[in-house]
Design a protein around this ligand. Structure first.
Ligand code: 5AD
Ligand code: SF4
Length: 456
């Protein structure tokens, strides 16, 4: 159902030319949201807005919200509330809120009612209509627009990339997996894949703009193409890999249940596909994995890890883990620690389970008390830190190619960039190296980071 509510305010405001106006976007959440904010920026720039770096001088402030974890709602409502002062000082200021959280009708309505000074509230699916919403705000109308249905993929919306050396490229939207803890399928809708040719065209365009590294994005990249004739993620990798000038192709996120042998073979053989897999394990307990509806077991997870290592000895794995899922016992948690011990992730994002309204797990019995969740998270993080350090130690003496992201000139000049397998390395260097590929030999590990020097 779509609900669009345009409420007229008076008097009409803003007689300024668009060209003089500045926008500021604050983004919460994952890479998908970062990419959506890039599109929002592109749309605003077509209206003549230019990018600003802080709220205080902005003529338009946009919040891109996330609702996947934690007390996201409380935080966003707090942040929006704090904008009232700016609006009082500058009544021409336009304030907009969009993103996954606003894709939830109830929450969007609550925000719209609670903050009369917010001009525009809309769900992510309606991003392409941002220019129309801004024009309405200019004529004094408020907008509340939520479309709970999926919309078609719009391939050619303008966007302003924020990544200096790496560009995000969407390959599929939405998710069909309905992991029982997760709100994403409800706010991002069913899986839709972009045509392979559209992705390849975008990659070519990015190379012509100077990018040599891209990250292919999807909630589950491994199921890419299931809604298209004759397409798969492995095929897409192989096509994108052929784009001349593209030196590094990354991708995320991989779902273990859909990670195919064909895809491992593509990764191992295509020279510009990076040897890094972000492979959320979520839990090491088969019972918890079942309750989560993950559709794999710890044994299957280990089997995939084994295959990845066998095909690519230099592969690095990162992961997401949830502790305190409803019904998780001490023994279940032990299984999680055990799997972390066995796999040896380079790093992990670890979370306390938090109930999301409307998901199956939110109504499950045996919710785990917060004190226990906190204790498990602490123990898990302790183990992961130990594993990350051990993983780093193996790099001392290793030489690899770092794609330089930035340089910090504040104290001793230090540049940083990533090896192909996602390991971040630091080394003395100057800003002229940004964007270049530099051979770096690792000399030591400091505070869990790899330090080195430019190789001879
Ligand atoms: N509680 C805690 N963590 C969650 N995640 C998703 N939903 C929840 C939730 N309700 C985590 C998962 C996922 C990552 C993006 O966020 O680990 O992989
Ligand atoms: Fe959420 Fe599961 Fe889909 Fe990932 S695969 S977005 S955790 S439902």
């Amino acid at each position: 159902m779509e609900c669009t509510n345009m409420e007229q305010k008076s008097p009409l405001r803003n007689q300024q030319m668009y060209g003089q106006r500045i926008y500021y976007i604050e983004t919460f959440g994952c890479q998908m949201n970062v990419r959506d904010s890039e599109t929002a920026a592109g749309l605003l720039e077509t209206l003549g807005f230019s990018r600003g770096t802080d709220k205080d001088n902005a003529d338009l402030i946009l919040f891109n919200t996330c609702c996947v974890r934690d007390h996201a709602e409380k935080r966003v409502f707090g942040n929006i509330g704090a904008l009232k002062e700016l609006k009082d000082e500058n009544p021409n200021l336009i304030i907009g809120v969009f993103g996954c959280m606003m894709q939830q009708q109830e929450v969007a309505e609550k925000l719209y009612k609670r903050f009369p000074f917010v001009d525009i509230v809309f769900g992510t699916n309606l991003l392409s209509r941002l220019p129309a919403f801004v024009e309405s705000a200019d004529s004094g109308a408020r907008t509340l627009a939520v479309d709970e249905n999926n919309i078609q993929i719009e391939d050619d919306l303008p966007s302003i990339r924020t990544g200096k050396i790496n560009a995000f490229v969407n390959i599929n939207f939405g998710c069909d997996n309905f992991c029982t803890y997760c709100i994403v399928p409800f706010v991002r809708g069913r899986e839709r894949s972009r045509e392979m040719a559209a992705v390849v065209e975008e990659a070519k365009k990015l190379v012509s703009e100077g990018y040599s590294e891209i990250t292919l994005l999807g909630q589950n990249v491994n199921s890419y193409g299931k809604d298209l004739p004759d397409a798969s993620f492995a095929k897409l990798l192989s096509l994108v890999s052929g784009v001349e000038g593209l030196k590094r192709i990354r991708f995320m996120t991989s779902h273990p249940k859909d990670l195919s042998d064909e895809m491992i073979a593509a990764m191992a053989t295509l020279p510009n596909v990076c040897h890094h897999v972000h492979l959320p394990m979520q839990s090491g307990s088969n019972e918890v994995l079942k309750q989560m509806n993950r559709k794999y077991t710890r044994e299957r997870y280990l089997e995939i890890v084994g295959k990845l290592h066998a095909a690519m000895p230099d592969v690095e794995l990162t992961t997401d883990i949830i502790v305190g899922f409803p019904g998780e016992t001490e023994d279940d948690f032990f299984q999680t620690l055990d799997l972390v011990e066995r796999v040896g992730f380079a790093s992990a994002f670890t979370f306390k389970y938090s109930p999301r309204k409307g998901t199956r797990a939110a109504t499950m019995e045996d919710q785990v008390p917060d004190l226990i969740k906190r204790d498990r998270l602490r123990r898990l993080n302790e183990l992961q830190e130990k594993k990350s350090r051990a993983n780093n130690e193996k790099y001392v003496g290793v030489t690899g190619l770092a794609h330089v992201e930035d340089c910090d000139q504040r104290n001793e000049p230090v540049c940083y960039g990533k090896f192909s397998n996602f390991k971040m390395v630091y080394f003395p260097g100057s800003p002229d190296l940004i964007g270049k590929y530099v051979r770096v030999t690792i000399t030591n590990v400091r505070k869990n980071s790899l330090y080195g020097k430019i190789a001879e």
